[in-house]
Design a protein around this ligand. Structure first.
Ligand SMILES: [Zn+2]
Length: 275
């Protein structure tokens, strides 16, 4: 999140002083089959902000204008930051569930992305029940406050079958539990960059008849496309979705990361370089 400080001669979309944001997608080749089909998130040359390109924790960054987004005035800088990351990936995950109004959705894990997805679902699918699975009571309470129809632990049985679910946990046990809760033809979308090895053996509990038979599906989410971010920002401004944020100074980055690890989460954490 920031303002355009200087621009190249051929810049058309933005002018100096415009308020813009940059997401996880820093660039993609634009020529391969994936890019041409709108799946630039799968491009072999996908470059990520903060991983392949500097700028994640920086005061200044350089970005091609096609990969920057105008930020709606409705949002403060701190509110916009999680929209560009957790919100946009949550939007993509929700899109990949293929859900419709009235379908029950399970949110497995309830961090930054989960709480924004909940707000999107409430707006887009008002007839749907949202069931939240989390191992911490504070997250379950937070989910109920935001309007979840039910919140329980990973192994608890929700009041109804799930037509779809989004898993944002780093573990395997919740994946198996979620598959067991899916309705026939249901889809589990896994929104996690990697899964831990620690509870890998939980997968052995998978029972084909109970957990996969009847056309249940699993689909992962990888990266993000510009279309997802652009569409999501417009939707977020329209609803509007105001993310719950906790701000940290850059020097407190390690503390923020430690709290994430310890699941001390309420909404999204934002690092600020200007305070
Ligand atoms: Zn490409």
């Amino acid at each position: 999140m920031g303002r355009v400080e200087t621009a190249g001669h051929n810049t058309r979309r933005f002018k100096i002083g415009d308020r813009v944001g940059v997401g996880w997608i820093n660039s993609a080749c634009g020529k391969c089959r994936f890019c041409r089909e709108g799946n630039e998130n799968l491009c072999n040359d996908f470059r990520a902000t903060g991983r392949d390109a500097d700028g994640g924790y920086a005061e200044y960054t350089i970005i091609a204008e096609d990969f920057a987004y105008r930020i709606p005035d409705a949002f403060s800088d701190s509110e916009a930051a999680p929209l560009l990351c957790a919100g946009a990936i949550g939007y993509r995950s929700l899109r990949l569930t293929g859900m419709g109004d009235g379908d029950n959705i399970g949110l497995v894990g309830f961090g930054a992305s989960g709480h924004l997805v909940l707000k999107m679902v409430k707006h887009k699918y008002p007839q749907s029940n949202i069931y939240v699975f989390s191992r911490t009571e504070s997250e379950r309470e937070f989910a109920r406050e935001l309007g979840a129809a039910w919140a329980g632990d990973f192994e608890d049985a929700p009041p109804g079958r799930l037509h779809c679910a989004i898993d944002t946990t780093p573990a395997w046990k919740p994946v198996v539990a979620a598959l067991g809760n899916l309705a026939k033809g249901g889809r589990l979308v896994i929104n996690a960059i990697r899964k831990e090895q620690r509870d890998k053996e939980s997968v052995l509990a998978l029972d084909y008849a109970r957990d996969l038979w009847m056309e249940k599906e699993i689909k992962s989410v990888a990266n993000i496309s510009r279309k997802d971010i652009g569409e999501f920002l417009a939707l977020a401004a329209d609803i509007p979705i105001k993310p719950e944020v906790q701000e940290y100074r850059l020097e407190e980055a390690n503390m923020a990361l430690r709290e994430l690890k310890e699941r001390k989460i309420r909404g999204a954490k934002v690092l600020r370089t200007d305070i």
